[in-house]
Design a protein around this ligand. Sequence first.
Ligand code: IMP
Ligand code: MG
Length: 182
Amino acid sequence: MKYELEEDLLDVLVSEEEIKKCTKELGAQLTEDYKGKNPLIVGILKGACPFLCDLIQEMPIAMTLDFMSVSSYGSNSSSTGEVRILKDLDIPVEGRDLIIVEDIIDSGNTLFYLKKVLLNRGAKSVELVTLLDKPDRRVKDIKVKYIGKSIPDYFAVGYGLDFNEKYRNLPYVAILKPEVYS
Ligand code: IMP
Ligand code: MG
């Protein structure tokens, strides 16, 4: 069956095949870097969920899984850069090697702030993995060690990414028609 909201989409940005390839490559790299370290995987709700589910299945190593939910202060995502924690981790991070899993990095504000908070709590290391990166929009200078794919500055939806909480269940990443969000 055709996606119910397909008429809102302009074009496919990252296909299911390409997502699979990125996920396999990142999983293999993380497996190599983290075997024997029992990393704590920190998924950022809700957008990172589809990617995280596929990624951890490519990582046959000991790991712990936890989630955080955060939101930017202000009405839009590029506000002050301050981030509010809506749901915190259940598992203590002290002495642990953390891998934060995100769907997309835009300004970099969210991950810049989260990395600082988690290091302050005593995490041994904090690395970032994201399926998508929009480097043109970066405001904060953050090092993202694991990137699936860099994309131009489009508003993307699908595979976890939403607009107004819609489109997260699309199995690929698409460009949203500008008239839908403007
Ligand atoms: P940052 O703090 O500006 O890097 O924002 C990252 C967050 O903004 C992501 O976790 C997404 O929730 C959201 N975001 C940024 N770009 C897009 C997009 O193109 N589509 C959907 N959400 C986006
Ligand atoms: Mg998000």
